[in-house]
Design a protein around this ligand. Structure first.
Ligand SMILES: [Zn+2]
Length: 256
């Protein structure tokens, strides 16, 4: 009798507990490199897809193409309470060059090119306006490393891209940047890039709208002599390449 009860009730409970345990264990992938700007704890999107049903019927508001260019680390001290960890993050610096100055210079040049083509542009600081909606959001950064031999650019799209277009945006920009600058590609995309705080709209008020197509750029290593020299001496070349990529994307999406 006791044996039958065990089989009927205890056995399924034990099996379910084991299966659940394995699922939880499997989903705990290790974190790498907390700073400089990724969210540092587990930031999975809520899995209940029904919560996002409204996105299926979402329609882009009428109006000209709009692009948000974020200057990485710019006005980092003004980050809101929910992002207060960013207040102390002034970005990389090396050889008396600050990343934020490179970011600003190049972002402003990209803005000028896009504005001259009739595109609306917002130059954004560390703090993104709540639920920021645009056709393109690009966050401009340059990398830093203790290893001065480390060189290379990289572009990354968000972990969760509800627009379905982030990869196209990335593919529109990256080849332009690679060929114009000659900076090699650094294949190591960090969790911090794909989990960038400004992409995490389900978590932060000051983040992009879920239908804003976004990427983050690391234009090269400030800590590497060759990358740093290129970015400080040729910001116009880097900016022109980024702008061309963005325009190509907007053109593909019939937004120009
Ligand atoms: Zn940065």
């Amino acid at each position: 009798m006791i044996h039958t009860i065990m089989l009927k009730f205890l056995f399924p409970i034990v099996v379910l507990t084991l299966v659940f345990g394995i699922i939880v264990w499997q989903s705990k992938d290790p974190m790498s490199g907390a700073p400089p700007y990724g969210v540092t704890d587990r930031d999975e999107i809520p899995q209940e897809q029904y919560r996002f049903e409204w996105l299926k019927n979402w329609k882009r508001p009428e109006g000209p193409a709009r692009v948000g260019i974020q200057v990485g680390h710019y006005k980092h001290q003004e980050a809101p309470e929910e992002l207060k960890k960013l207040r102390s993050n002034s970005g990389a610096s090396a050889g008396s060059v600050n990343e934020v100055d490179i970011n600003y210079k190049i972002a402003a040049l990209v803005r000028d090119i896009l504005v001259s083509q009739g595109i609306q542009v917002d130059l954004l600081p560390t703090t993104v306006p709540p639920n920021y909606l645009a056709d393109v959001f690009i966050s401009i950064h340059a990398d830093g490393s203790d290893d001065e031999t480390k060189s290379g650019y990289k572009f990354a799209s968000p972990w969760r891209d509800f627009t379905g277009d982030a990869e196209l945006l990335l593919q529109s920009i990256e080849p332009e940047y690679a060929s114009a600058t000659g900076i090699p590609k650094d294949p190591v995309i960090t969790r911090n890039m794909r989990g960038y705080y400004a992409f995490s709209w389900w978590r932060f008020e000051h983040a992009i709208h879920p239908m804003t197509t976004a990427i983050i750029a690391e234009l090269g290593f400030v800590s590497n002599f060759s990358d740093r020299r290129f970015l400080t001496n040729n910001p116009d070349i880097a900016a022109a390449a980024l702008a061309t990529g963005i325009v190509n994307y907007l053109d593909d999406k019939k937004l120009l």
